[in-house]
Design a protein around this ligand. Sequence first.
Ligand SMILES: Nc1ncnc2c1ncn2[C@@H]1O[C@H](COP(=O)(O)OP(=O)(O)OP(=O)(O)O)[C@@H](O)[C@H]1O
Ligand SMILES: [Mg+2]
Length: 248
Amino acid sequence: MEHPKTAISFENVYKSFGTQAVLQGLDLEIPSGQITTILGPSGCGKSVTLKHVIGIEQADSGRVEVVGHDMSNVRQRDLITLRKRIGVLFQSSALFDSMTVKENVAFGLRMHTKMPEAEIAERVHVCLDAVKLAGTEERMPVELSGGMRKRAALARAIAMSPDFILYDEPTTGLDPNTSNVVGDYILKLQNELDITSVVVTHDMPLTRRVSDKVALLFNGKAVVQGRLDDIESSQNEVFQLFVDGRLG
Ligand SMILES: Nc1ncnc2c1ncn2[C@@H]1O[C@H](COP(=O)(O)OP(=O)(O)OP(=O)(O)O)[C@@H](O)[C@H]1O
Ligand SMILES: [Mg+2]
């Protein structure tokens, strides 16, 4: 198989908040066109890592590169263009609570494109249909179940036809069945849209299902990264502790 290109890379990245060191020499490569899963105990810096990719946080030192852009040096214009290519499923507040489902999915299109309203309505319908939420257009987020909210957020993330999707704990708080459904969509979107996905999670069944590549973050570094099979057969001690729920 041809070696995939690197879409996103972290090179020796350090990031602290006050006296708290979070990233401490993070080296991580996210291959293009694949699903990479980032694992790690709570508070280890997974969400902070994702925030570097969209330029919400900047490295204190080291280099974060997103499709060739040095994120500590990116021009505002390029950053805006880049963000339009990245769909994000945030860990909390996945939806705007004061907007209907339809308005939520249309948000990015209204904000960043000059698409006419009729086309937006059509696009919103297609995206909601893709996650089996057709008919919920006029509902408010509080009127949806947790699993439906995640799927609505997914519809919003794909509305702009992104080249990347970043998922921050897409199955947290969902029962195993609903988690499976979300996993199905992650795979489906990956196959249909040929995108680069990054999934942050603690969910090992999900990790097993969707990952082309896995990285485990601990003490500010990726202690191990590669194919899950290879990591498991290497019997990496830190990885085993994480899987057993005894890391952190
Ligand atoms: N803007 C910020 N200001 C100060 N501290 C922050 C900020 N963002 C994150 N932190 C701290 O950095 C550490 C890593 O946070 P992060 O949200 O990346 O953890 P995480 O690995 O995503 O955890 P979880 O699995 O619980 O979501 C935490 O201790 C957090 O309190
Ligand atoms: Mg987090």
